[in-house]
Design a protein. Structure first.
Length: 252
């Protein structure tokens, strides 16, 4: 199996799913076989690729051991991009999984069964540090952390970094941070510029050069069931995600 990236931040509304869908789409469009795994019970990544939240079977059935991951994979609107949808039962997994011994290894084990098919795997994590996110971090090689350029941008980052260190130390020593991604950025405002400067000063070696701007096309693309790179490939948002995919690849 190729590289596995988790898109994680316990704060909601920072662009995790948008980043997961569009980075996966850009990588696939570059010709690499890519798997997007919807680990979020809200199933927004599933909807963002034109499928129903009730799409089944999905990740829930895989984590419960009811079927192999291969049988839950579905093709997406993007050539070379395959989706493992969340499944309607995933909402209860945060309570069920901790009762299962070795639950944190189940996602990694599931991905191992399809490892020969994909060069890249992208995991869209829920907005929490619960069992599903921990499972994703155990399965991942690298983490991309979206950070919205607004007042509370740094809130919770310390907790997330502590969790990443704990997972690395106890469960997944190969886990590293690929980078922090500034999202929903409005360079016209003083607040946006100040937050960008502060994040870059706090984490000078971790922040991606690419910044995702506030862009209407990025916001409306999910309503069409498309990544923004298909909805409007010439928009500022699409161009930013193409640039991010290139930067991710260059960082290895």
């Amino acid at each position: 199996m190729g590289k596995v990236y988790a898109i994680a931040n316990q704060k909601g509304g920072v662009g995790k799913t948008t980043t997961a869908v569009n980075v996966a789409a850009c990588i696939a469009e570059a010709g690499y076989a890519t798997l997007l795994v919807d680990v979020d019970p809200q199933a927004n990544a599933t909807v963002g690729l034109g499928l129903s939240r009730s799409q089944a079977p999905g990740l829930y059935e895989v984590l419960c051991g009811e079927l192999d991951a291969e049988r839950a994979l579905v093709d997406s609107v993007v050539s070379a991009l395959t989706l493992l949808p969340a499944g309607p039962g995933l909402a209860g997994a945060n309570m069920e999984l901790p009762r299962v011994e070795g639950f944190e290894l189940r996602l990694r084990q599931a991905l191992d069964t399809v490892k020969d098919r994909f060069e890249y795997v992208v995991l869209d994590c829920p907005p929490s540090l619960g069992p599903l996110t921990v499972s994703a971090l155990v399965a991942a090689d690298r983490v991309i952390v979206p950070v919205q350029t607004e007042y509370f941008a740094l809130e919770g980052l310390a907790g997330l970094l502590d969790t990443l260190s704990l997972v690395q130390r106890e469960l997944n020593p190969r886990l590293t941070i690929a980078g922090m991604l500034l999202t929903m950025h409005d360079s016209r405002t003083r607040l946006g510029r100040d937050v960008e400067r502060e994040v870059r000063e706090h984490f000078p070696d971790l922040v991606f050069d690419t910044v995702i701007p506030r862009n209407v096309r990025v916001g409306e693309a999910p309503s069409y069931g498309l990544p923004v790179t298909h909805h409007d490939p010439h928009s500022a948002g699409a161009e930013a995600y193409f640039a991010l995919a290139q930067e991710v690849a260059s960082r290895g």
